[in-house]
Design a protein around this ligand. Structure first.
Ligand code: ADP
Ligand code: MG
Length: 202
């Protein structure tokens, strides 16, 4: 199940993401995401195996925010809530719901966090991922998630040259220029993990 896989993956990534958060923040990003995904994975054990994706995704969103806390707890939970909402009553996540959910998620995170593209935040990876997913919708879910993962990977790397305008990075020297944004890197890791799982289940 994808929630458990993300919990395992982000437990492994805790140290790396905390280290990325040191020069541009307070060094807790990896621990926050690890706690968030672990909380979601623990709650999942109460769920029936035939639960609809919407219920699982919305549960993951609400448990994630409680477990992770901080700025990223709320912002990353939007990803799961919006993907869940986009699924409606569908019995599986399909490419159009994935792309639509991501597009709404970009809108909502922009509204909540007030960051613009180029402000060196998770949005700088999420927005290109959303566009790539939409472009591949007619090719199916594997292609759509693969496109999102590839786009997020490239985009996360581009945050190195950016000067932070939102989040803690705006208060460090040169807005953290020269360092990758940890939230953008996490977005890339999330899509990478989802891609691996979708590919291996087909
Ligand atoms: P905190 O800043 O509360 O310690 P984390 O370290 O877990 O939270 O997460 C930091 C990440 O959150 C940043 O790298 C950035 O990607 C993202 N972030 C912070 N503020 C915003 C914002 N206003 N809009 C979008 N993303 C943000
Ligand atoms: Mg932090």
């Amino acid at each position: 199940m994808w929630v458990a896989c993300l919990a395992d993956r982000f437990a492994d990534l805790e140290r790396e993401l905390n280290e990325l958060d040191q020069p541009v923040g307070d060094g807790d990003h990896g621990s926050a995401l690890k706690r968030g995904f672990r909380a979601a994975a623990e709650k999942l054990t109460d769920f029936k195996t035939d639960e609809l994706p919407q219920a699982i995704l919305m549960m993951a969103g609400s448990e994630f925010v409680k477990g992770a806390g901080g700025a990223s707890g709320l912002l990353f939970s939007v990803l799961f809530n919006e993907l869940g909402r986009a699924c409606g009553e569908s019995v599986r996540l399909e490419a159009p719901a994935f792309a639509n959910g991501l597009a709404t998620c970009v809108e909502r995170i922009t509204k909540i966090g007030k960051a613009k593209l180029g402000d060196k935040t998770m949005l700088d990876a999420l927005q290109p991922a959303s566009l790539a997913a939409a472009e591949k919708t007619s090719d199916g879910l594997v292609q759509s998630i693969s496109g999102a993962a590839a786009a997020a990977e490239i985009a996360a790397q581009t945050t190195i040259d950016m000067v932070a305008k939102r989040g803690r990075g705006q208060y460090v020297a040169e807005g953290g220029k020269g360092h990758v944004d940890p939230g953008a890197r996490s977005v890339a890791y999330i899509f990478q993990s989802l891609k691996t799982q979708v590919v291996s289940s087909t």
